[in-house]
Ligand binder design. Sequence first.
Ligand code: 13P
Ligand code: SF4
Length: 335
Amino acid sequence: MHTVYGGEKTPQELYDHLSKLDSDYTLEACETYADWIREIKTLKQERNAVVLAHNYQRPEIFEVADFIGDSLELARAAKKVSADMIVFCGVHFMAETAKVVNPERTVLLPDLRAGCSLSESITAEALADRKAELRKAYPDLQVVCYVNTTADVKAESDVCCTSANALQVVEALDSQHILFVPDENLARYVQSQTAKTILSWEGNCYVHHQITPEHILSVRRNLPQVKILVHPECREDVIQLADAVLSTSAMMRYAKESPAQEFLIVTECGLSDRLLLEVPEKKFYKSCKLCAFMKMITLDGVLESLRHRRYEISLPEDVRVGAERSLERMLQLSA
Ligand code: 13P
Ligand code: SF4
């Protein structure tokens, strides 16, 4: 396996590494990045901090990350942290999840604008109303919430899930009727794989929802040999064109282990960048959709976050305990 992140890269080494991706990475920019990376590493030691990063983060962020993964891996990694501080390079609900399982540690999110269209599509109050209404018709109803939700929505749910274990969690529940919130696309995908009845919510990821079958078909027409890997937050008509439907880290594993040489990565572009850097012997085509929320996190933002201990995530204890129950049940059902 290639060692691509970490270590102390000179500005030239950083430039050689990052400029494989695009021309925005100039040598001058990499000189600044190399200084920031050195400073971040020193501050991490002084503060006894770790950096957890989602797969969609900018590649220069990976240089300071102690762990990179999908939502499920990050939730598991957050539970194992023994440092005093976690700097979360991802979006708000992910940092909240880290806080839920680490009440006594400081969890920082470098930029509070790092939200998520899915988590913003539902509130705990609206969920409580819908649940009460549906339970009149379906007394066995259980609520499964996607991890892309706020802690109070998790607390209002019976169990949480991620894109890596949604079907496994639904299948493990002893109810026929499931209210699956808030991603309508993921709910539809789970419905296509299970005999249970899935009731959904009107929410979607604005990044994945923009991708259309025409995007995929035009690539397939020109490159019939490519394997098409699709995230389950995509629309149903896009999912139908996939060779495999996978979470972000499962896409990484599939691309590394498959004998195929060429792949279309149908998810946020950060993942294709990670693959281009980590698997240089294979070819990756991007769906080229950026998540503006994920990209709010920048290297200088991480530096400022560590310098000024900002922005600290805090949760009311009853909400934290409720969300923890939902997350723990997920980890137990998908162990
Ligand atoms: P993964 O859990 O597959 O990394 O997905 C998280 C996410 O936000 C996808 O848009
Ligand atoms: Fe939310 Fe979509 Fe961005 Fe993931 S890619 S954080 S689901 S808006």
